[in-house]
Design a protein. Structure first.
Length: 58
């Protein structure tokens, strides 16, 4: 009984692309990379604003 529930879970199919398997891993990797890029950009922008505020607006 328990093993049949496990088999159903393993043989599950997905109706839409990107809902499971390799597509999910690819999507997560893409989101992680863009999250890092955007995080670095925002960090650099904030650092530039703080530098200008401290250096030129004294």
């Amino acid at each position: 009984m328990i093993s049949s529930a496990r088999n159903k879970e393993r043989k599950r199919f997905y109706l839409l692309p990107g809902m499971g398997g390799q597509a999910v891993r690819r999507k997560q990797k893409w989101m992680l990379r863009w999250g890092i890029v955007i995080g670095l950009f925002v960090s650099a922008l904030l650092a530039a604003v703080l530098y200008v505020a401290n250096h030129f607006l004294e």
